[in-house]
Design a protein around this ligand. Structure first.
Ligand code: SR1
Ligand code: MG
Length: 400
């Protein structure tokens, strides 16, 4: 029988006190819940000496919808395990797991409260020089070391089973690849966007490319993905970049995380167009976002290729030219998933504050149209890209 109980602040303090590992025995602890994500409870526990930890608990349903949308607690196990595995490879860019209890779906994490969530920072026009390089290295290293280039076939198959995450994958399958392209109850967009949405839905080339991307998502266990690399899943300051929240983690196509990240930078780029009264700030931000995208692409490519040349353990995959061939497909996938992220965050269930917080209705609509058009063009042109520079040029040609 499951011993799951839903935590409140009092229960969290009891639980942490009983563990006895994080604070002095006689410390006076306080706790509050501050989660604002779509799915979970998030508590901060602190003593009077400025020591603190984060306690995250999965609810048996999606928090943003309520008990009518039941959701597996197993996502807490997946999240803690992905953080641990990615943390072994990239300790500096992964939030640290201090404790995990699968039955309670509870994970204790280092408190990153001294850092800021990237999405909020970009919305305030703050920039972070290391962002592109840090995220690219995290994505390249974690994806390489969980790929068939490095793992033996039996190691990889065992991990694919361990990280099978059907319920969370099903959310992505629906929200990324299905809902935006048909009348679905969960979609969310203003009536004024209807004609743009209809144009999208009539584009047969687009629908065929989205089908390929979905098939790849369903059928290509290339690596252990984070599964939800948006700018709300990244803590930053001038010296740090830390990824959190990989509860959507599973073995999927390498380009998915890369594309999701770039898609979120481009959503912010589109939203910057609403800053009509602050042109220099807008230009600064847009230049910064494009620079970060270029750095992410080139750093990802160079890091991955270097690992492939020096660390590949599979003999056949060491063949001359194979890594380059493989990476070209990863880049094309990334461009496609990037386009899907732009579209689903504009008309699907889960939006981004970058766009939703634009107060002027007309300006917001214009940004939404930009995001949809950019997403569509990236998806239908993705397969023309051979190099990171091709990807960058493709983005540049449709952002303005
Ligand atoms: C019901 S979950 C909606 C979205 O939030 C998560 O962060 C994922 O991006 C998911 O698609
Ligand atoms: Mg999340």
């Amino acid at each position: 029988m499951s011993s799951y109980i839903e935590f409140d602040a009092e229960k969290v303090i009891d639980y942490i006190t009983n563990l006895g590992s994080f604070f002095d025995k006689d410390a006076t602890l306080s706790c509050y819940e501050f989660g604002d994500g779509n799915l979970n409870l998030v508590f901060r526990v602190q003593d009077t000496q400025e020591n603190s930890i984060i306690v995250k608990q999965a609810l048996p349903y999606a928090r943003c919808v309520g008990e009518s949308w039941p959701l597996t607690l197993d996502r807490a196990r997946i999240e803690a395990s992905v953080l641990q595995r990615h943390g072994e490879i990239c300790p500096d860019t992964t939030a640290k797991v201090l404790h995990h209890n699968t039955e309670l779906a509870v994970t204790v994490l280092e408190d990153l409260g001294h850092l800021r969530i990237l999405r909020g920072e970009l919305n305030q026009a703050n920039t972070f020089a290391r962002l592109g390089k840090d995220v690219a290295k995290y994505l390249a290293k974690t994806s390489f070391y969980h790929s068939s280039f490095y793992l033996t076939p039996s190691e990889k198959k065992a991990l694919v089973t361990e990280f099978t995450n059907p319920e969370l994958c099903s959310i992505t399958e629906d929200l990324f690849f299905d809902d935006p392209y048909r009348d679905a109850e969960r979609n969310n967009f203003p009536a004024a966007l209807q004609s743009s949405v209809e144009i999208l839905r009539k584009n047969k080339t687009l629908l065929a490319e989205v089908a390929k991307l979905k098939a790849q998502f369903l059928n290509a266990p290339e690596t252990l993905l984070h599964g939800d690399v948006h700018t709300g899943s990244i803590f930053v300051d001038a010296q740090h970049t830390k990824l959190i929240d990989p509860e959507f983690g599973f073995f999927g196509p390498i380009g998915f995380d890369l594309g999701s990240f770039i898609g979120n930078l481009l959503l912010n780029y589109c939203a910057q167009h609403a800053r009509i009264n602050a042109l220099p700030k807008r230009r600064n931000m847009q230049v910064y976002l494009l620079d970060s995208i270029a750095t992410t692409l080139s750093s990802f490519y160079v890091t991955w290729l270097e690992l492939a040349k020096t660390q590949t353990r599979d003999l056949s995959l060491q063949a001359d030219g194979y890594a380059e061939y493989f990476l070209t497909k990863v880049l094309q996938d990334a461009v496609g998933y990037c386009g899907c992220e732009l579209i689903r965050r504009t008309i699907g269930l889960a939006h981004v504050a970058d766009i939703d917080a634009i107060e002027d209705e007309g300006a917001r609509l214009a940004v939404q149209q930009r995001a949809l058009h950019l997403g569509e063009q990236l998806i239908i042109n993705a397969n023309k890209c051979r190099t990171t520079d091709d990807v960058y040029q493709l983005i540049i040609s449709f952002v303005n």
